[in-house]
Ligand binder design. Structure first.
Ligand code: ADP
Length: 432
């Protein structure tokens, strides 16, 4: 039941069908009640009258109730059922003829010798002396005995057919909603190049056109923001080189070193930015070759004393850009070391081969990242500790570059972290 409720809650079609079902059941029930009332109050009295007149004529043709041959002939020729019942005789023209309970019929005459009404078909019952004569009309079509039930069953049948057709119709009408949901999901994952195709011109069609327009505009805005960043970076290259050269002429060693340190920081930032841009460009992308992942990770990890490697001896060969991957592992390991300075435990690097993929995790037991910051840390210039100091490191470009390197390899990077317990970055790369 709970499963059904949550299914209805999460489905627009489910809600519409449920609304329609409740509405139709209410409609059928009201129709049923009002039909019943109408038949009882208006139709039944005149039908009863006709039936009585008709059966009176038949009664006149019966001379003796014991003459069952005559009774049978009358029943067969009129296609009705007749039954006769008294203390000594009980005869039915048709063994399926259910004798109606007299209490359910209306008493027609004041002497109380005629009953008529509807109960498993139309019935008229006479009491002649001590004998009850039952006339069951409309025997021809058995279903007619269950008139109301038959109508109800037909209504339910139609109702089920209509609900099914309605379901198909609504599903078709709401199809763009699924497309839109997929599109919005892609945009929320940062893919602004989505375009949803539609030929519809109704409100949903208009919504899709507006969505396409919106994602196009956002993509343009982001592109121009990135372009501005890159143009500025390019333009800063030459003045920085000049500053480096000029600083060589400063006599005061302390001042000179301070300036050089700042200039180098800026140079690093610009290199990271331009590197990211190269990665995104169609041609400047990766230079892939077959390489041994174990060797590369060993090489990088060896540069740091506090890294523990969990890696199999089996060689893992992948097709990748070796220098980009070196940069990726270096950035992540350096971050792990930098942000776990207070921990005594080493940073662990684990490599696991999984069919066509390889999974690399870099885990530290450091300060961790607050949960609400996790979704932003791959953005350029995003830092958890907003006040950048020389000690606390970079400009917030390292992880952005890492993400670009992984995505250029058609891989995935994800992060899990708990404040005070540590952080794990997981990279999944295809081997080819
Ligand atoms: P930065 O150069 O500032 O380290 P990054 O892009 O490499 O920039 O990282 C972005 C932010 O993510 C960092 O400022 C830091 O707060 C957080 N961060 C990255 N790696 C870790 C880690 N292993 N543990 C805790 N915080 C981390």
């Amino acid at each position: 039941m709970n499963k059904f409720l949550s299914l209805i809650k999460s489905s627009l079609i489910g809600k519409i069908i449920l609304g329609f079902t409740i509405g139709t059941i209410a409609f059928i029930s009201l129709m049923f009640v009002s039909n019943r009332h109408f038949i009882k109050q208006i139709v039944a009295p005149s039908v009863n009258n006709n039936n009585i007149n008709y059966t009176k004529l038949l009664l006149e043709k019966i001379e003796s109730f014991a003459d069952t041959t005559n009774l049978n002939a009358i029943a067969q020729s009129r296609q009705i059922s007749i039954a006769v019942k008294n203390d000594t005789l009980f005869w039915k023209s048709d063994k399926n003829f259910d004798l109606v309970d007299l209490n359910k019929l209306s008493i027609i005459d004041s002497t109380q010798n005629i009953w008529a009404g509807f109960g498993k078909g139309h019935n008229v019952v006479y009491k002649v002396n001590d004998t009850f004569v039952y006339f069951g009309l409309e025997r021809k079509w058995e279903g007619f005995r269950y008139f109301e039930e038959t109508i109800l069953a037909i209504n339910i049948g139609w109702f089920l057919i209509i609900v099914y057709l309605l379901f198909l119709f609504i599903r078709k009408i709401l199809k763009p909603v699924n497309k839109l949901t997929d599109g919005v999901k892609k945009v929320s994952e940062g893919n602004f190049s989505v375009k949803i195709e539609t030929t519809r011109s109704d409100q949903l069609g208009k919504l899709i056109h507006s969505f396409n327009e919106m994602s196009h505009q956002v993509a343009n805005m982001i592109k121009s923001k990135e372009q501005l960043l890159l143009d500025v970076s390019h333009e800063m290259r030459s003045p920085l080189t000049r500053m480096k050269l000029s600083s060589e002429f400063i006599d005061d060693l302390k001042v000179k070193n301070n300036i050089l340190e700042d200039v180098n920081d800026l140079d690093k930032m610009i290199t990271e930015l331009l590197e990211t841009e190269r990665m995104n460009s169609a041609h400047g992308g990766l230079s892939k070759s077959k390489m041994k992942l174990n060797d590369l990770i060993n090489e990088v990890a060896l540069q740091y004393s506090i890294v523990e490697l969990k890696i199999n001896d089996d060689e893992i060969e992948i097709n990748a850009d070796k220098e980009r991957l070196r940069l990726l592992f270096k950035n992540l390991i350096e971050n792990a070391i930098k942000y776990s300075e207070n921990s005594n435990e080493p940073v662990s690097v684990k490599v696991v081969e999984k069919n066509t993929k390889v999974e690399i995790s870099i885990q530290d037991n450091g300060e961790g990242i607050p949960e609400k910051e996790l979704e932003f840390i791959f953005e350029p210039f995003y830092r958890v500790d907003k006040s950048r100091t020389k000690e606390s490191g970079g400009f917030g470009l390292g992880l952005h570059l890492c993400k670009n390197i992984v995505e250029a390899h058609k891989g995935k990077i994800s992060v899990q972290s708990k404040i005070g317990e540590g952080t794990t970055f997981k990279i999944v790369l295809p081997k080819n």
